[in-house]
Design a protein around this ligand. Sequence first.
Ligand code: GRF
Length: 200
Amino acid sequence: MIKMAVFASGQGSNLQALIDATTRGELPATIELVVSDRRGAYCLTRASEAGILTLAFSAKDYEDKAQYEGGIASKLAELDVEYLILAGYMRLIGPTLLERYPGRIVNIHPSLLPRFPGKDGIGQALEAGVIETGVTVHYVDAGMDTGPIIAQERILVAPGEDRASLEKRIHAVEHSLYPKVLREIFRQSREEQHGKACTN
Ligand code: GRF
């Protein structure tokens, strides 16, 4: 089992999809911790209802990112967390966490990156009038949705489609794509570890 921590700031529907996938045994992983930068966020309620430990903080209570990420890093180390899974976490990850989890921080974004990075990828796509958009799962680097792409799924935008409809379809894709992609990443990670153990 891979030990992961999920980072979220809002509704947490992707968190829920990951909780459900682990519960059903479709994702061989455990969610050790849910981290949120918004104390009242609904993702925290979902975590508590699933019996998952939570860590909520407010960035304004800290001098800088290094300080609050240092606190998060200690908790992650204590829990032996191996992967950080971002699911609607609205902050850039800083050097403190990037250096501790090289190649082991993953994000999901509601557009076909590199198009429409940053806030409101769905709104940006609608505004631009594109005929297709989609969902991207990628590794996290210091940039805003710039890390290496792992998987993408395309979605055609229907003529005149409104935001509510597109958002619903994008979320549905996210909820099935994210657990599937993570499952593959974790499988490869375990295989590599096993390979290393055998050659040692
Ligand atoms: C998702 O669309 C995700 O791709 C983006 O933020 C949104 C989070 O939604 N990064 P939820 O909180 O998981 O419902």
